[in-house]
Design a protein around this ligand. Structure first.
Ligand code: NDP
Length: 448
């Protein structure tokens, strides 16, 4: 037994922190985790989970419309935001309880207060108590970044969007990334008029160009307005509650809500990093080595606060590997290759491996195969929305090095296909696989 109060003190009970805590405790470590807000972190409380539930809710708009062509007479089509919001928030609270239970079941002490670093082995709690730990893990995540714009206090972020009192009739969404495109789809389906504003002339930088173009084309056809190369001068609230936005690069805008989704910043403010000697990078990220160790040997960091890949499953892997390496006999490093990712837009995009342009830069000669089709369900429904799948193949080895998809259920389909890319399978292996008919996924093995 060490002379410390705990073997491990984790700051932040999000996905990564919870995983690290329970795995370390499973290895016999005495573990405490501090959380200043709610157990579960961004993903569970105000990120992936409630967002996905809103995406499901939003889908009903199309499904109810399409139902008529499938013989269903659905007379009532009124959407009640308050019902969905409250049900989603209740589900979040249920999950929060389950996360807390998991920690307790694994004998992790949960301390519901803010914790900061007071030294290489010392943590100060908001209540004034100081505790010692053999190792400290920082898993404080990230938060939405808000640029300096006059009247920015009238804007909301993804933190507040789940709590809106009423559904905005007109919403302006700022940014062209994950959150902006996901909420553009959600609010559009709920019946809001959506204007998406981005500083550049592109959306979803980093995704395959063809998928981005297709999402943009479908979104415009649905009625979402896009303003590119535009930025904000000021936001003012008028007497009737309307927000007036003075713009540069496009006409001024009016809306009932403005949602900023222009990236996220690591949560490092007033954590005591400087005094403890923990090095921080230019983007505010905590610098760590491959074993998640910071510049102070007893202090580690995982997840979004390290700004490597800002995805929940990555933070979970990092937390698990950290705990296995420090308290068990496991490997400290994780494999960041071929991490699949998805944008839950309408329709969703899913991707794994290299984009066509990245592959071309890496390998020189590549081959691409595409399937541009209308899903069977869309055809009968009279929905003129086409899906696009693309395989990127290294010509020299025949290996499939990237798969990119936009269309219904693309993320569900891609998860299985990502195994093939990760395993280094060849195009010939895809060709040799018999199609599962009739599905959308069969397109993956039918591209010639
Ligand atoms: P993203 O990093 O995805 O996109 C940021 C957008 O904001 C870009 O379009 C960028 O423009 C623009 N932007 C960046 N800085 C500024 C600025 N100073 N002023 C104006 N515009 C700016 O950010 P999100 O907030 O959408 O999401 C944050 C992260 O959360 C994602 O990167 C992702 O890792 C994670 N996430 C993942 C989800 C998923 O897996 N489905 C869902 C939601 C979030 P441009 O590129 O044109 O320069």
């Amino acid at each position: 037994m060490s002379g410390y109060d705990y073997d491990l003190f984790v700051i932040g009970a999000g996905s990564g922190g919870v995983r690290a805590s329970r795995i370390a405790a499973g290895h016999g470590a005495r573990v405490a985790v501090a959380e200043e807000f709610r157990v579960g972190g961004t993903c569970v409380i105000r990120g992936c989970v409630p967002k996905k539930l809103l995406v499901y809710g939003a889908h009903f708009a199309e499904d109810l419309n399409d139902a008529a062509m499938f013989g269903w007479d659905v007379p009532v089509k009124r959407f009640d935001w308050n019902v969905l919001r409250d049900n989603v928030l209740a589900e979040v609270t249920r999950l929060e309880g389950l996360y807390g239970q998991t920690l307790a079941n694994n004998k992790v002490e949960t301390i519901l207060e803010r914790a900061t670093i007071a030294g290489p082995n010392l943590v100060r709690l908001a209540s004034g108590r100081t505790v010692s730990a053999g190792k400290i893990l920082i898993a404080t995540g990230a938060r939405p970044f808000l640029p300096e714009v006059e009247g920015i206090e009238h804007a909301i972020t993804s933190n507040e969007v789940f709590l809106l009192e009423t559904l905005p009739k007109r919403i302006v969404i700022v940014g062209g990334g994950y959150i902006a495109n996901e909420f553009a789809g959600i609010f559009h389906q709920f019946g809001s008029h959506v204007t998406l504003v981005n500083r550049s002339d592109t959306i979803l930088r980093g995704y395959d160009q063809a998928m981005r173009d297709r999402l943009l084309q479908i979104s415009i056809a649905k009625g979402i307005d896009f303003k590119f190369n535009a930025s904000f001068r000021s936001i003012e609230e008028t007497e009737d509650g309307t927000l007036h936005m003075t713009m540069q690069g496009c006409d001024d805008l009016a809306g009932d809500a403005v949602l900023f989704a222009v990236g996220r910043k690591p949560n490092i403010d007033n954590l005591g990093l400087e005094q403890a000697g923990v090095d921080v990078g230019e983007r505010g990220e905590i610098k760590v080595d491959k074993a998640n160790r910071t510049s102070v040997p007893s202090i580690f960091a995982i997840g979004d606060v390290t700004d490597r890949i800002q995805l929940t499953p990555v933070a979970i892997r990092e937390g698990h590997a950290f705990a296995d390496a420090q308290f068990g006999n496991g490997a400290a490093e994780i494999d960041y290759g071929c991490v699949p990712h998805a944008v839950f837009s309408h329709p969703p995009i899913a991707s794994v491996g290299l984009t066509e342009s990245d592959a071309r830069n890496r390998f020189g000669t590549i081959k691409t195969y595409t399937s541009d089709f209308r899903a069977m369900k869309n055809v009968l429904a009279g929905r003129n929305e086409r899906s696009l799948y693309k395989l990127v193949v290294d010509e020299a080895t025949d290996r499939v090095v990237g798969i990119h998809m936009i269309g219904p259920d693309a993320p569900e389909i891609l998860q299985a296909a990502a195994i093939a890319v990760k395993a280094g399978l060849k195009k010939a292996d895809f060709d040799a696989t018999v199609a599962l008919h009739p599905t959308m996924a069969e397109e993956l093995v039918l591209m010639r």
